[in-house]
Design a protein around this ligand. Structure first.
Ligand code: SF4
Length: 391
């Protein structure tokens, strides 16, 4: 279903044959800024950009954000209670940018296997409307996008972690990447970059990071957006791998809203590869939809076409099958009650996590079929592509 109040582009026409549609940039309706955040010049620069896009600016008196719960007075129940209107609360949150300072807990970085040694956060939340959104399982509360004002603290906090990684740094296959830092666990940083400028600052921070002899590092992020032009001239020093999250045409059409189209993302991948960035495909979430072999073959073929003529592109692939938890299912169904996404537990098998919880993944046989397909098709269609992992 379309979100009536969404102010972003729609990817529904995306197929590999169509030329990339120009992606519209997200324009939040309102921008909230906390008193703490307002002290930072980085936050003030965000305000200026948001104001230029016509957003209403609200300077908060306290550092707490409002609840974003919208209640409909006409729906007061017999018990006198006025329930939260989930859809309107969702729409309100998704059209809001909050500029805040990162909580102190953000200073203790956590590993993020299998992607990277460490995760860190420039923001939390995303303005797009993907009906399978992985943030539904990892963030709580209304899906407002929070951009962090204290960027310099966030970047300088990375220094002690250099050389400390235990995920990719301990992998014989990936140790050459150095200490890896993932910036897209809680947000799509490119989707809000025209407002924040945080990604460009992070890319340049990694590019000029003065490393001790023998050390290497990599900034990593993945995106469903395509507005890469401001990133092209940056002094990235090949230390940022930009991955584009892509999918079968029908998955993008049916379940992704407010993102750039898949052809636009592939076009953006070409541009950043030409600018010397290492690139990647995050094929996620992989789903055995109708004609999935043909659709994923078409996707890989379009990716190969996008990179044609670029001498030895540094290309990786990360392959992530669709999964959900009881909690993420509940959240997604409250956001997208009419979704046709397959969230039936009976079609899945339970996989235990090391935290004692579990998630629903595809059963052994369809999982093996999907895996076999990608491990055969990628070397055939994208021979220089290095598959990083399957999950
Ligand atoms: Fe979620 Fe990524 Fe879609 Fe944003 S682009 S809504 S983070 S899946």
């Amino acid at each position: 279903p379309k979100i009536a109040s969404a102010e972003a582009s729609d990817s529904s026409a995306a197929t590999a044959e169509y030329p990339p549609a120009p992606a519209r940039l997200w324009r939040p309706r309102r921008v909230l800024i906390t008193p703490d955040a307002l002290r930072y010049p980085h936050a003030q620069a965000m305000l200026v950009r948001a104001e230029a896009l016509g957003a209403e600016i609200l300077r908060l008196k306290a550092n707490r954000l409002p609840t974003f719960a919208v209640r409909d007075a006409s729906k007061i129940g017999p018990d006198g209670r006025n329930p939260v209107d989930e859809r309107r609360s969702y729409a309100q949150a998704k059209t809001t940018l909050a500029i805040v300072t990162a909580p102190p807990s953000a200073r203790r970085l956590q590993p993020i296997p299998p992607s990277a040694d460490w995760q860190f956060h420039l923001a939390q939340g995303c303005p797009a409307h993907c009906q399978y959104c992985y943030l539904a399982g990892s963030l709580s509360g209304p899906p407002v996008t929070r951009a962090y004002a204290n960027l310099d603290d966030i970047l300088s906090n990375l220094t002690p972690y250099l050389g400390q990684g235990t995920v990719t740094s301990r992998s014989s296959d990936r140790a050459a990447e150095g200490t890896t830092f993932e910036a897209s666990c809680y947000t799509d940083p490119l989707g809000i970059e025209h407002l924040t400028g945080s990604l460009a600052a992070a890319i340049e921070h990694f590019g000029r990071w003065s490393l001790p002899p023998g050390r290497q590092t990599q900034l990593r992020f993945t995106t469903k957006f395509a507005n890469v032009d401001p990133l092209l001239p940056l002094a990235h020093n090949r230390r940022t791998r930009i991955r584009f999250s892509v999918n079968a045409a029908s998955v993008a059409r049916d379940f992704e809203g407010g993102t750039a189209s898949v052809p636009a993302r592939l076009d953006a991948m070409r541009k950043v590869a030409e600018a010397g960035y290492p690139v990647g495909l995050t094929i996620a979430p992989i789903m055995p939809v109708a004609n999935w072999r043909e659709q994923y073959t078409e996707l890989l073929t379009a990716a190969a076409a996008a990179l044609r003529g670029i001498p030895s592109p540094d290309l990786t692939a990360e392959l992530i099958t669709h999964r959900f938890t009881p909690g993420s299912k509940d959240v997604l169904l409250s956001w997208y009650p009419k979704t046709t996404l397959d969230l039936l537990e009976s079609n899945r098998t339970q996989k235990r996590t090391k935290f004692g919880t579990f998630k629903y993944v595809y059963p052994k046989d369809p999982m093996a079929e999907l895996r076999t397909f990608f491990y055969e098709a990628i070397p055939r269609i994208l021979p220089t592509c290095h598959i990083l992992y399957w999950t």
